[in-house]
Design a protein around this ligand. Structure first.
Ligand code: SF4
Length: 322
C-alpha cells in the first residue's frame, strides 16, 4: 500500500487501481518499490507487540459452545424435506461437534444477488443473537454467515429464516451468483450484471437443473474493474460495451480457492439476450461430459480443458435451434 500510495493513479478514479499501476509501470518496477519500502519499514520493526497481540486474541476469543442434544435436528431431518434441503445445501460442519456454520443465502431466485431489506437485516441480527453467539459475517459471496449454530437449534433457525424470506437452499449452486451492481447502480459500468444473474437463476430453476448441475461458481462483472470476480468464476461473465451495445465475454475454468486460476476466454462475446442460452449450452455440455454426478463442473473442466465447452458454446446448430 505504501508503494501504491506513491505510484498509484489517485488523480483519476478510472485508473485508481493497483492492477493499472502495475500494468503502466511494469511488475519489476513495482516489485522494486515494494522491496525498498519493506527494507525501510523492516529496520524499524522491533518484534511482535505481545500486549497488542493479547488484546487482539481476547477480542477474537471463540465463544463457549456447550454440548447440546441434537434430537430436534434429527427429528426435523427425518420429517421435513425443506429442512433437509437447507441443512444439506447451506450448512457445513463446525470444528466443534454438534455445531454447524450456516450460510444464509441472499440469492432468492429472481431477486437481486446480495440484497436484504432493512427488516431482514434486523431479523438476521436477532437470529445471530439467539442462535450464533451474537456473531454474523458478510461473505464476499454476497451471503450472510452464521458461524456458530448448534444443530439442536437449526430447525428453529430454519423456520425463522424461511418466514423472513431467507430460507433459500441454494448455497454454492448455480443461482448463488456473485454479481456486481453493474449498469443498474454503478457509474463505471459498461453493461448490466444484476438482470443477467436474475435471469440465469430463474431460467435454471425453471429447467429443474439446479440440483443436477450441483456446485458451480458463476460470477458477473459489469466492466473490466472486475468487482464481480468474473475472472475467478468457474464461469465468468464480463459485460462490455461494443459500439454502444452490451456484449458479454465468457471465461471458463477460473477458481478462487487454493487451486487459484484465472478463467480462459472462450472467444467472441454474446449479446444480452444470448447470454443465458450460451451458459445453458456450456452446462448441458458439462452434464453430457461428466464421468459421474459427483464430478463437479470445475473438475470436468480441469480433466478435459476448454475445447469441448467452446465447441458447445459456439455450436451454430444449437444456437439456431435455441
Ligand atoms: S465491475 Fe461492476 S461494480 Fe465494479 S466498477 Fe465495474 S460495473 Fe462497477
Amino acid at each position: 500500500m505504501a508503494a501504491y500510495n506513491l505510484a498509484g493513479r489517485r488523480d483519476n478514479k478510472y485508473k485508481a487501481r493497483l492492477k493499472i499501476t502495475v500494468f503502466e509501470g511494469g511488475l519489476e518496477a513495482f516489485r522494486d518499490a515494494v522491496e525498498a519500502e519493506f527494507a525501510r519499514t523492516r529496520a524499524a520493526f522491533s518484534g511482535v507487540d505481545q500486549a497488542l497481540l493479547a488484546e487482539i486474541e481476547a477480542a477474537f476469543a471463540p465463544p463457549a459452545l456447550p454440548l447440546r442434544d441434537a434430537g430436534a435436528y434429527h427429528a426435523a431431518w427425518a420429517a421435513d424435506a425443506d429442512f433437509r434441503a437447507f441443512a444439506t445445501q447451506n450448512v457445513v460442519a463446525h470444528k466443534v461437534p454438534g455445531y454447524g456454520i450456516v450460510t444464509v443465502s441472499l440469492k432468492a431466485h429472481g431477486a437481486t444477488p446480495g440484497d436484504a431489506t432493512a427488516a431482514q437485516m434486523r431479523k438476521l441480527a436477532d437470529l445471530a443473537d439467539a442462535y450464533s453467539a451474537g456473531e454474523l459475517r458478510i461473505s464476499h459471496e454476497q451471503n450472510v454467515i452464521l458461524p456458530h449454530v448448534a444443530l439442536a437449534d437449526l430447525p428453529a433457525l430454519h423456520r425463522a429464516l424461511a418466514a423472513a424470506g431467507l430460507g433459500t437452499a441454494n448455497a454454492g449452486l448455480i443461482s448463488d451468483i456473485i454479481a456486481c451492481p453493474g449498469m443498474d447502480y454503478c457509474a463505471l459500468a459498461t453493461a448490466r450484471s444484476i438482470p443477467v444473474a436474475q435471469e440465469l437463476a430463474t431460467h435454471f430453476k425453471a429447467l429443474g437443473l439446479e440440483q443436477e448441475i450441483g456446485q458451480i461458481k458463476i460470477k458477473i462483472s459489469g466492466c473490466i474493474n472486475a468487482c464481480g470476480h468474473h475472472h475467478v468464476g468457474h464461469i465468468g461473465i464480463l459485460g462490455l460495451d461494443r459500439a454502444g451495445v452490451e456484449n458479454y465475454q465468457i471465461t471458463l475454468g477460473g477458481d478462487a480457492t487454493e487451486r487459484a486460476a484465472i478463467g480462459e476466454k472462450t472467444g467472441p462475446g454474446f449479446a444480452y439476450d444470448e447470454i443465458v442460452p450460451a451458459i445453458e449450452r456450456i452446462l448441458r455440455a458439462y452434464l453430457a461430459l461428466r464421468q459421474a454426478p459427483e464430478e463437479t463442473f470445475i473438475e470436468t473442466f480441469r480433466r478435459l480443458g476448454a475445447a469441448p465447452f467452446k465447441a458447445a458454446l459456439y455450436d451454430e446448430g444449437a444456437r439456431d435451434a435455441a
